[in-house]
Design a protein around this ligand. Structure first.
Ligand code: SF4
Length: 301
């Protein structure tokens, strides 16, 4: 089924002006934006993206700093392991690719934190290559318009990539633009809860709509909760560490969550993930922010 033409026309008129889509955006900036957007909404990513690129306009600048600075700059974007992975990716790009983000999907996939989605997003959006770029929004549009289902169900990478590949225009630059266009359609019009079919450029050929928009009855993804979870406690602990100029005493961390068992579990998880360094003197620091020698000679040690 052909949906590229109307979706591209619609995108030309209705696309949001987002900084990472502007002409001349570096591949590094596209990679940063994609890592941030993986699990965080656009509105929260915008200021963090600008600040990040102002401080580290190229991977080498980030690679030269401790990983803890990446975690600090990550701020409240959530899932801060992404900051560590982005730092590791910057080191790899600097050491193995002379500071230039690779354009090849296989090389991109070899970078820390870069999965099937991000590798193809960078290759397509930064370098204009022809690859299917599949995120939740794209999967939903394809499930509805092409497959006639109300929801895409759980992801299946190979099948999802093939379904989107079949829709791509032949010409690489056009295919890359279609990738971002169909994503935008899913974000703005074909939304999960209330698709605005009256505004949709493919409403005349959408199979789900033609079938009367039947409710989805296939397998569903588990819903994630937040309040009261270890993830919430991890966020509170990280906020204390980010706000401090140096290492933090244990009582400062204890103050953010009363349940010591859950707090301990969350802190252990952060240490295991490499997001927090436990120091020999019992304090805690962002990773790499305190040199090993300084840890041993600290007056409180
Ligand atoms: S017609 Fe409605 S359901 Fe179909 S693709 Fe457009 S917005 Fe989605």
């Amino acid at each position: 089924m052909e949906i590229a033409e109307p979706v591209l026309d619609w995108y030309g008129e209705h696309a949001r002006d987002l900084p990472w889509r502007r002409r001349g955006t570096s591949a590094w900036a596209v990679l940063v934006s994609e890592m941030m957007l993986q699990q965080t909404p656009v509105a929260r990513v915008l200021p963090a993206y600008e600040a990040w690129l102002e401080r580290w306009p190229a991977p080498a600048g980030l690679a030269a700093e401790p990983a803890g600075e990446a975690v600090r700059m990550w701020g409240r974007l959530g899932y801060p392991r992404r900051a560590l992975r982005l730092h590791e990716a910057a080191v790899t790009i600097t050491e193995r690719h002379r500071g230039v983000v690779p354009a090849d999907v296989a090389e991109l996939l070899a970078l820390p934190g870069v999965g099937a989605y991000t590798a193809r997003a960078v290759a397509a959006f930064a370098y204009g290559r022809r690859h299917p770029v599949v995120d939740t929004n794209v999967r939903r549009v394809v499930a509805r318009a092409v497959q006639g289902q109300g929801d895409a169900g759980p992801p299946a990478t190979a099948r999802d990539l093939a379904a989107v590949e079949a829709l791509l225009p032949v010409e690489p630059a056009r295919a890359a633009r279609f990738g971002v266009a169909v994503m935008e359609l899913g974000a703005l019009v074909c939304t999960a809860r209330a698709p605005r079919c009256g505004l949709c450029p493919v409403r005349d050929r959408c199979r789900w709509r033609a079938a009367g928009s039947p409710p989805y009855d296939g397998p569903v993804r588990p819903v994630q909760t937040f309040a009261g979870t270890d993830r919430q406690v991890r966020g509170l602990l990280m906020a204390v560490l980010r706000a401090a100029d140096g290492p933090v005493e244990a009582p400062a961390l204890a103050a953010v969550w009363a349940d010591g068992t859950q707090r301990g579990r969350a802190l252990d998880g952060l240490v295991a993930d490499g997001l927090v360094d436990p120091l020999p003197d019992g304090r805690f620091a962002l990773p790499g922010s305190v040199a090993p020698a300084a840890q041993l000679t600290h007056p409180h040690g």
